[in-house]
Design a protein around this ligand. Sequence first.
Ligand code: CUA
Length: 322
Amino acid sequence: MWEGFPLIPEQASTIAEGVDMLYYFLSAVSIFFSVLIFAAIFYFAIRYRRRSDTEIPKPIHGSTALEIFWSVVPFCIVMVIFGWGASLYFTNSRAPEGAMTVNVVGKQWMWKLQHPEGQREINELHVPVGRPVRLVMTSEDVIHSFYIPAFRTKMDVLPGRYTTAWFEATKTGVYHLFCAEYCGNEHSRMIGWVVVMEPVAYEEWLSGAAEGETMAEIGQRLFTELRCDSCHSPDGSGRGPSLEDVFGRTIALDSGPAVVADEAYIRESILNPRAKVVAGFRPVMPTFQGQISEEQLLQLLAFIKSLSPAEGAATTTRRPTQ
Ligand code: CUA
């Protein structure tokens, strides 16, 4: 808006404009009522000042019309704010179908990112323009917060669970990435850049930064190394359930209501396998808590997702052309 003195960050994602419009609306409502209240205070203070020591005010016995007016008008205003805010919130919390997944691990004091194709980055995230990107995030230590002002995207990153956020960049460029939650001495240096590229340039970057293995392939290797395959055989004849086509499905449990096998459930089942045992199986799986890192967990997850073609297709099967 004003060069050199920007009041708001650039709008560079599909939701940025909507968020700003709501913010302007809230500001306008706040300014309007602040001015109204202050003007009324001064007007009444002067208009109804005490003019003599013996002056006694006339009693007022209320006004139904006025009461209704000042109840209904604020009610309507806050309902507009609620409806508008909720619709933005829902748009913002549900990633569109077919979004590409990028995994984020925060730690004191850096951001570690990994693309489904296997590429790793630190404090830098390369994404294509015009394509929704879903972030699956966790922390190795304390609470961080992943914040890209130009996209109006901000989400806490917590140890011990996954949080998600998504954005779709609308213009190419380089945008600041911050940690927005005080997380220790070098919190202020836990910053980086998001590089938004034309799709072709992004494909080139992907193949240039190729690691040789996709996340799902790394996960598959881990799956064998950790001997998960000795119980989770694909045909379901092992001591653990088959993991083919499990991701995204509703799973009946030994006790309690059924659950959807999403990222959080699979994470829990690896770290605390006895919490939600699949119906028909015995709680014999050992915990992997402390034996695998957050990044390895995400790689295992990528592998398990890749076993569910319908669910995992968008996130795991694309490979860079060499
Ligand atoms: Cu991480 Cu502040």
